[in-house]
Every structure is written in structure tokens, then in C-alpha cells.
Design a protein around this ligand. Sequence first.
Ligand code: ADP
Ligand code: GLC
Length: 478
Amino acid sequence: MKKILFVASEVVPFIKTGGLADVVGALPKFINKKKYDVRVMMPNYRGISDALKEQMEYVTHFYMHLSWRTQYVGILEMEYEGIHFYFVDNEFYFAGTYPYGQIFEDVEKFGFFSKAVLSALPVIDFRPDIIHCHDWQTGLIPVFLKDRFSDNEFYRGIKTVMTVHNLKFQGIWNIPTIRDITGLSMYYFTPDKLEYKGDANYLKGGLVYADKITTVSPSYANEIKNAYYGEGLDGLLNARSNDLSGILNGIDYESYNPATDEALAKRYTVDTFRKERFKNKLALQKEAGLEQDKKKFVIGIVSRLTEQKGFDLVSYVMDEICSIADVQLIVLGTGEERFENMFRHFAWKYPDRISINTFYDEGFSRRIYAGSDVFLMPSRFEPCGLSQLISLRYGAVPLVRETGGLRDTVEAYDEYNHTGTGFSFANFNAHEMLGILHYARRVFDNKREWNKIIERGMRTDFSWNNSAKDYENLYESL
Ligand code: ADP
Ligand code: GLC
């Protein structure tokens, strides 16, 4: 039995700001339990709900050096849906209700976390064969493992996988501070290791020292070897391309299931959506404060409101979008103020057409997937994207830019061959997006054709079953 330890900064159901949490929360459940003992380790944030905290059990605690500091490391554990979770406890670092803060706080917080994870292993008597690290917050794990832990017999031979969910975030701060946090010697801060444009870079450390690198779609794995998507690390990723692969994310088909989803006004399946789904549309319009009319063309957005997600394009042609016949736009998202304000402005200008909701609400998000006609996701870049997968599953036709995982999961509608599950455009160009939106609006008038697009989408399979096997093959290759 191979032992695998997943390490991440956010995990569903404990804490979530984006797709990373969904992936790390779901994937372990789908790895073959007969062959692998998969456990998960994450911080014990104050923001984790009391209901979940009550189920945690204290395991042990010890004190750990972090350079000149001596810090408390508590370990808690819990079994949840068949998976063994460990929580690293420290009230100083994990006092926030939100996992992330200012970058200078986060580099110390996750430097501490990465070292604490490794230090805890002998104490909890769990020696993983493979540590599977996710994103920059865990980038120092492969580095620490090579450095101060390698003298200890316990750690010898442990392999590491570094999965990149988003190359944009790397954990960069000045070298003196990072040396002061990590206690790593100057040896590590050269351009072939952690140094990056004069600073220290956690993710780069992970990419240099991990045995294998993965990212969350095949297209993104290729794209990041080019300067446009490479965020300054394309050279390194090219150098490591023999160890780099893309494995497509799935979504949890049990949790995201319109046939059983309790958040919905009306449940439906691929066989009943033609008769039932519009009830969710009417309920959504009501919840969003818009006119209830099933003939309206409802565009849904559920997203972090950041540059990555392509909202520059949306803001550029918002007046034109609002003049599409019968359009209603429902947005659920939080993020950069400029985008929140942009949507607020247009909601003020077109109160009968736009509903802007700047908060986080899991149930509402599900009702948007179940009630919208189109789901808009014009990302500038997209490592994988889960929202378009949830849309396909719930029958909201995705309209996406052809990039990263969007390209790998949404097949463009072809009116001649009657194929395709959504709509897409190639260039990061607002009028190209607008053109496709107009086209989708025309196809929408043909109910039979539209319903077939929905049906094909609902029949696609982006559950974890296939991708979990790809991860198992990767573990075997180590
Ligand atoms: P990313 O991880 O880049 O934000 P993904 O598409 O991979 O993008 O995952 C986003 C996840 O977060 C989806 O499950 C989406 O439904 C959810 N989400 C984003 N914003 C909100 C929100 N305001 N309320 C509820 N869920 C949200
Ligand atoms: C990141 C990416 C997103 C991906 C998610 C989970 O947040 O932005 O595309 O789906 O991680 O891997």
C-alpha cells in the first residue's frame, strides 16, 4: 500500500476561496483505496466552522524552530467521508477567518506551515511515500525535504509532486526576509533555485526540487512553457518538461448533481430538464430581483472577480451586452474593487437587466448554474476551471475563451454537424466575445437545437474517475 500525503492551503469542506479547495477536497476520495492510503494536511484556520472543529481530535504538539523563532505546532486529526485529515494548529499564524492576508504575512505563514508538515510526520508516525504539494503555499516542502530533512533516515526516499493550480501566484518576497524565515542558506538563492528577479520565489523552489510537476489541464501544461502564460517561469518549465504533465480536473459528481442538489428549487436530470429546468430559471430570476420570464436570455457568472477571469472584456462591451434582446445578467462574485464597482455601476444603469451579488454563497452559486441559459467565462488564462464543468453538469451552456482547461472541456457548437457543448472564441478580444454572445442568442431562439446542446453537455463526463487514474499512474511512475 503506497502512502500519499496531500498538502494544501485550502480544502473543501473546511475552507474554500476557489477551485483549489474543491480539487484537494474531492480527488483523494477517488484514488483507489485498495492501493493507496491518501491523507490530507492543511492549516487549522480560525475560519473553519465550529461544527467541523468540534469533530477534530487533538493528536499531539511540539515546538519547532523557524530560523531564530521557536513556534508551537499542534496537530489535530479527523476522519471525513473516509479520508484522514490532519490540521496544523498555530493560533498566531492561522488566526484569520480568511486563509490569505498580505503577502509578507503569507510567506511567513506558509513557510511555517511547510516546515511544520515535514516536522510532524515522524511525530504522527505517518511516513508518506509521496508528498503531493499544491500551489506556492507548499512550494518550500520539496526544498526543505532536500535541505535539512535529508540527513534524517525517516525522510530518505520520500518523493514529491508539485501541482500548479495557478502559476500567477508564486509567493515572492525579498531574499533577506525569506532567509530569516526559512533559515535556508545562500546556496538556495541563486537563479537556478529559489531566486527570481532578485527575490525569493516559493513556487519556483517547488518546481525546481519536486520529482514531478503537474498542472490541471493538458492545454495549460503546454501554454505555460510559453512566455505569454509562463509568468516568468516558462524557461524553468521548459527545462523540466520531461517531468511536467497536465491532468484535467474533475468535479465531485455526487456533490454537484442536479438530480439531488438540495439547493435547487426543482431537481432534474438529463431526461427531465426539458420539462423541469425552467422552474429553476424562474426561481433564480426572483432571487436575483429580476423579472420572472422564461423567455429571457439569462447569462450567469459565478467567479472570483479578477483580471484572470476576463472581466476587462466584459466591462469593455457591457452596454452592448445589455442591449442583447431579452438579456438578463446575474453575477455572483467577489474580488477586485474595480470589477465589483463596474458591475455595480451597470446594475444601477440597467436595473431591470443586471443583478450583481458581491458575496460568497455556495447555494446561490448552484442556483445560478441550474437557472442560467448561458454561463460566461471569458478567461484571460485558465489552468483548468471548474465552473464550466459545473455548468455543463447543470445545463447552463458555457461560453468561454479557448484557453487552458476551457479549451480542453468545452466543445464549440457546430450548427452543420450538430455537435458541441458550448460556445467559444479564440482571441482575448471583447468584440470577438460579443460576436459569439450574439450568435448564442440567435441559437437560443431555436429551442430544439438549444436543448440538444444542453443535453450533450449534461452527458459529458468530467467526474474524477478518469483523472484519478492518471494521478495513480503518475504515483506509480515514481
Ligand atoms: P478559480 O479556482 O480560479 O477561482 P474554478 O473555476 O476552478 O476557478 O473554481 C471556482 C469555484 O469557486 C467554483 O466552484 C465556483 O462555483 C466557486 N465560486 C467562485 N466564486 C463564488 C462565489 N462568490 N460564491 C460561491 N461560489 C463561488
Ligand atoms: C485555480 C485555477 C482554476 C483551477 C483551480 C483548481 O484556482 O484558477 O483554473 O480550476 O485552480 O485546479
